[in-house]
Design a protein around this ligand. Sequence first.
Ligand SMILES: Nc1ncnc2c1ncn2[C@@H]1O[C@H](COP(=O)(O)OP(=O)(O)O)[C@@H](O)[C@H]1O
Ligand SMILES: Nc1ccn([C@H]2C[C@H](O)[C@@H](COP(=O)(O)OP(=O)(O)O)O2)c(=O)n1
Length: 419
Amino acid sequence: MMARRLIPNLGQWSSRIFGVECDKKSAVYFALRVDRQADPRGKELKQLFGDGKAFSFHIHCEDRIQRSKIYELLQDKVSSIPSTDCTIMDMSSFLPNAKQSASKGFLLTYSSDSPLTEKVIEDLQQVEAVSVCSYFQERDGMWWQKHLSQKGGGSEICPRYCITLTEKPEVCPTVLNIINNDVFYSFEEAYKVLVECRDIIPESQAVLNLVDQRLDLTERGKFPVIVIEGLDATGKTTLTESLTQTVNGVLLKSPPESLAPLRKRFDCEPPLIRRAFYALGNYITAGQIARESSKAPVIVDRYWHSTAAYAIATAVRGGLGKLPAGGSEVYRWPEDLLRPSLVLLLTLDPAERQSRLRGRGLAHTREEAELEANNLFRQKVEEAYRRIEDPACVIVDASPSPDKVLQQVLLLIKNKCHL
Ligand SMILES: Nc1ncnc2c1ncn2[C@@H]1O[C@H](COP(=O)(O)OP(=O)(O)O)[C@@H](O)[C@H]1O
Ligand SMILES: Nc1ccn([C@H]2C[C@H](O)[C@@H](COP(=O)(O)OP(=O)(O)O)O2)c(=O)n1
């Protein structure tokens, strides 16, 4: 069995790893973003763990549906502590280079007395599937980790382990976390998630029934298939409607109408379940695209680019720099999903988009509301859109008038699809 690692959410992979070999079967590792030769006794670990107390929490649970639910509980618990009382960082536990092994967690540090923080740490030690570890520095400068167990109600201290510098894994853990947790690269992987959560979410069966009836086609017909992507209020609805009329085409969207009544239900689930729902929506739409594109041009309002870009931007905390680098396997198109002829990304100046949002005055999804509050998130979604490959999207300036945008898009379609 390979070693289990616990590290902060890193994004682009340029860090050093510190770790502890607990025993032959398991180990916990930490990574730090440092440029020079790292010294386990040096400042780097001090930076990570701080001057006060440091604890990590991660989930050890085989069932990934349970794991995603427990992660939400863990997240709620740690975020209930005021930010003035402690510092919280993302950490992931994973088996080096093993794709399904990643599990998200947190590192919590605090220096002055905080009864609230201590209460949360104590409570989390009682949660069976949560592993709690604490970290401390000895007089010789070395850092140690100890596991706190829940046995007997109190905190029994397991043997302690020294933290040392270790090799970096081949695959960036953020990427490991995203694959098949946030973004699915085959029908089967997304389907399995909904099968696994039938017991806790009965509506999953309705989705599976609809998906079972889908047309399993990956080849498009002889007419072009144009996907229109972009953030909310960039003008997708306006453009897709006028474009469909102009080219005498068929308008489709993802998720398809058949999933609309179920969408709200899945929007409040953890990413694993929610993203699997949207992934399956793309496969239903793909069947419709295949059928319709044998008869007329097809215009699609959102498709796989949206599913992947929002999922990646949510999964990666922090700034743009934390996104997996361009060319990473997280941006690859699923082999078994019908490819469109052209994907156009409508882009808009943030101020203009705000003004269109206000003008429209419609309710937004939770995520769209987050986009308003979080400029960084908006940038990450757009950047993820731009990094998706094969097909990559063509950027369209959506700021001119609706008619000018339409003319610009018609020209692009004429050049790229010979329509
Ligand atoms: N090119 C444009 N110029 C100015 N306003 C636009 C343009 N395209 C759309 N709008 C307006 O912006 C708002 C959002 O457009 P909409 O097509 O609903 O975007 P989306 O489908 O991407 O959310 C609507 O009120 C729409 O009338
Ligand atoms: N094909 C799709 C379409 C939407 N999504 C997700 C991504 C975001 O969380 C929301 C955005 O959808 P929303 O309905 O707000 O977008 P529009 O109103 O169509 O602009 O849905 C997806 O994952 N895959």
